[in-house]
Design a protein around this ligand. Structure first.
Ligand SMILES: [Zn+2]
Ligand SMILES: [Zn+2]
Length: 452
């Protein structure tokens, strides 16, 4: 008998944490943190400390008291006794927090499997943000690539690359005693790497699956135009062309497709792309896995922004070790202020202070990240502050973005092509909408076990 228990990812976007059990084999598909995790009890500085372990989370029912899963140190102050784990493996689809963030809680002896690219990204982010990005200690960490065949007891798992807004994303085909089960992870079809998703869909269809766990992030979005990455690049290129001053751009630093769109749009306009030291470090590290990325040290279309630090003289010891490598490519606010039309600069909300030094004139700001921030009520305060900065410096605000998730139409085409016997929507708030696409949709419920 095969069963699925949804500890996250059921009727919510993100937080995937799905236990698959089949005749004594027990594996988790992702081990993420819900985006809403902690929002009912924590606020600003009111946060649990790591010394609390899982005690606080258990108090508020934020994590299930599952035996034989968590690590000893995490359970120390709780009433759940530590026992040797009974989980055979945790499979991670990609590096986003809603798929990996609860990894530090599990026992370190549980085997963890993730893609090479995912590991590289997580390692890189851990160097830069040790307090926010930490997957914990894992004595049995295994890295896979697309096409590998992994055996866990009688289960056979095939990871296959897919395109998403972060590199190194995978879907899985899990061969169970009931037949193949497809797990899409997060994916899209409208970017430069869409061939990878197509390959995943073809292989999934070819194995005639019994069940399919399909992400449905955009199910509720209706039939809006599905912007492609190519359209975003065109839009950015035109905005830069039309600008009479400095152009700021904002997008997630891990989104290398978007980085390439901005890079090409910048170069086509004869400008130089300015990224900060963290961003340079990320691109430099990812280039070890993605050779198509430009070489930050050798490519003079890219310059690295150094903020003014303690000494005010931009000397080496003002900066962290990881930042020093890029000093030959250094640019500061002084050069940018002098020739504003020559640059496109990556600018996140937290770095806006640099505008005081740069004093932008006739500048444009292209917001190129999830709409979530601009529309979500929880970000109203930040949005208000951002608007004030734009107004104060007379910066024109624009948007250019496409989603990291498949459109409703692409999901429908994918479901029809793969044609599983049972369709189980996850990572969505609109699971019921899949009923219009498939005759046998099973809607999962949080912490409930589903026999398939
Ligand atoms: Zn996700
Ligand atoms: Zn994701």
């Amino acid at each position: 008998m095969v069963s699925l228990t949804f500890y996250g990812g059921a009727n919510e976007i993100g937080g995937n944490k799905i236990l698959l059990e089949d005749k004594g084999a027990r594996i988790y598909l992702d081990f993420g943190q819900s985006f809403s995790f902690g929002e009912d009890y924590f606020y600003d500085w009111l946060q649990p400390r790591s010394a609390h372990g899982l005690e606080v989370y258990f108090e508020f029912g934020m994590l299930p008291k599952v035996p034989r899963l968590y690590n000893k140190a995490m359970l120390e102050k709780t009433d759940l006794e530590y026992e040797k784990p009974d989980i055979d493996a945790v499979f991670i689809s990609h590096s986003h927090s809603d798929h990996v963030n609860h990894l530090p809680f599990i026992d370190e002896s549980i085997p963890v499997y993730m893609g090479h690219g995912t590991h590289k990204l997580l390692e890189t982010y851990h160097t830069l943000y040790p307090q926010f990005s930490d997957i914990g200690e894992h004595a049995n960490l295994n890295l896979f690539k697309s096409g590998d065949i992994i055996q866990v007891k009688h289960l056979v798992i095939e990871p296959i690359h897919v395109e998403h807004s972060v590199p190194g994303a995978y879907g899985f085909i899990v061969h169970t005693s009931k037949g193949p089960l497809i797990y899409t992870g997060d994916l899209r079809m409208h970017g430069p790497q869409c061939e990878m998703t197509k390959e995943f869909v073809e292989k999934s269809a070819a194995c005639k699956p019994y069940a399919m766990l399909v992400e449905g992030t955009r199910m509720g979005y209706g039939q809006h135009h599905n912007f492609t990455e190519a359209e975003v690049e065109k839009e950015v290129e035109q905005k830069i062309k039309a600008s009479n001053g400095l152009v700021f751009g904002y997008f997630a630093m891990s989104n290398v497709d978007r980085f390439m769109s901005f890079y090409r749009a910048t170069v086509k306009n004869g400008r130089k792309l300015v990224i900060d030291t963290r961003h340079a470090y990320i691109i430099d590290k990812l280039r070890e896995k993605i050779p198509a990325l430009p070489d930050v040290m050798a490519d003079w279309n890219i310059l690295v922004y150094y903020r003014q630090a303690k000494s005010g003289t931009y000397k080496e010891t003002d900066y962290y070790n990881y930042e020093r490598k890029f000093m030959p490519k250094m640019i500061t606010h002084k050069e940018i202020a002098k020739s504003q039309k020559e640059f496109v600069m990556h600018m996140s909300f937290n770095k806006l202070m640099e505008l005081v030094y740069i004093q932008p004139k006739n500048a444009d700001y292209i917001y190129s990240s999830s709409e979530h921030f601009l529309e979500g009520e929880e970000n109203e305060e930040e949005k208000r502050v951002l608007d004030n900065w734009m107004r104060h410096f007379g910066v024109a605000f624009h948007k250019a973005h496409c989603s990291g998730h498949a459109s409703r139409q692409d999901l429908e085409d994918m479901v029809k092509k793969i044609n599983p016997k049972v369709l189980i929507p996850i990572h969505t708030q609109n699971a019921g909408d899949f009923k219009g696409m498939h005759s046998n949709v099973w809607i999962p419920e949080k912490e409930k076990r589903m026999e398939i």
